[in-house]
Design a protein around this ligand. Structure first.
Ligand SMILES: C[S@@+](CC[C@H](N)C(=O)[O-])C[C@H]1O[C@@H](n2cnc3c(N)ncnc32)[C@H](O)[C@@H]1O
Length: 262
């Protein structure tokens, strides 16, 4: 199919990129996004938006590399050790006072390190607990890696060594997560900005996902998360993501980076 020509502007590029990718870049801060896009174009030898857009339509590996560059899917098991300590020592014990199985969600889960860390925390420290973990992401490639569950040494920089021994099998390709952890986590392809959410969550982690979102997009997303939480449920944010001025959403800080729905 012929590709309609676009002009050499950021606005025209993001308008044309949206139906192709499902990613509406108007929800992302223009300065930072434009800079990221231009640096990618530059390093791949495309001087203008029309030439670059044409190439994206004919070269699937260029498209995949660009999508990965835009969505920035760096992650790690137990990223931000102190927060995982708080989670284990105070947040989860409080949530477990409810009798029903816990429903947890890692929104923007990259290749699965965060949802698997949640599952391992519950298995290790709360062995009698019942729970499910959902991991979702907009990038189908990272979700496929998550489902495969094969990791490299640098994914474990913040992982207690005993977890690596207990929950992974060392293979010549890397560390394979055990089936006992895998079966507790399901993965879903989802755009947080436009798709509908499930409801009734006890716990939602959304960390290091909103960095490039506009303030309006962040507020809309935190409102959707609040609606998706049960009363008393917890939203866990990234270590640079404070919900200043969002009291009107009905979330109150119970610890740094943990917010509870009233
Ligand atoms: C830096 S990773 C964070 C992974 C993990 N939460 C952590 O903190 O280690 C950000 C992830 O958010 C995903 N993401 C970005 N925009 C998204 C959107 N609109 N909907 C769903 N996922 C999105 C990216 O694909 C990427 O995998």
């Amino acid at each position: 199919m012929a590709i309609a020509p676009i002009s050499n502007t950021y606005e025209d590029f993001i308008k044309a990129f949206h139906p192709k990718s499902g990613l509406d870049l108007k929800f992302y801060k223009q300065n930072q996004m434009q800079r990221r896009i231009l640096s990618f174009m530059n390093s791949h030898g495309y001087p203008t938006f029309p030439e670059f857009f044409k190439a994206l339509n004919s070269d699937q590996s260029l498209y995949d590399a660009f999508f990965k560059h835009l969505t920035i899917n760096v992650s790690q098991f137990f990223r931000d050790t102190n927060q995982w300590k708080t989670l284990k020592e105070s947040i989860i014990p409080q949530l477990l006072q409810s009798k029903s199985p816990l429903k947890l969600w890692s929104a923007g889960c990259s290749s699965g390190q965060e949802p698997y860390s949640l599952a391992m925390t519950l298995m290790e420290y709360f062995p009698n607990s019942k729970f499910t973990v959902l991991g979702s992401d907009i990038d189908i490639n990272v979700l496929n890696q998550a489902k495969e569950g094969l990791y490299k040494q640098n994914d474990f920089a913040s992982t207690p060594p005993e977890f690596l021994q207990k929950y992974f099998i060392s293979t010549d390709k890397g560390y394979q997560i055990k089936e006992s952890v895998k079966r507790l986590v399901t993965f879903q392809h989802q755009n947080l900005l436009t798709d509908r959410f499930q409801t009734g969550f006890d716990f939602i982690a959304c960390r290091n996902v909103v960095i490039y979102f506009t303030d309006e997009a962040k507020e809309m997303l935190y409102k959707k998360f609040t609606d998706a939480l049960k009363p008393g449920g917890i939203l866990f944010t990234g270590s640079t993501e404070h919900l200043f001025g969002m009291q009107h959403l009905g979330l109150k800080a119970v610890s740094s980076f943990f917010y509870q729905k009233g």
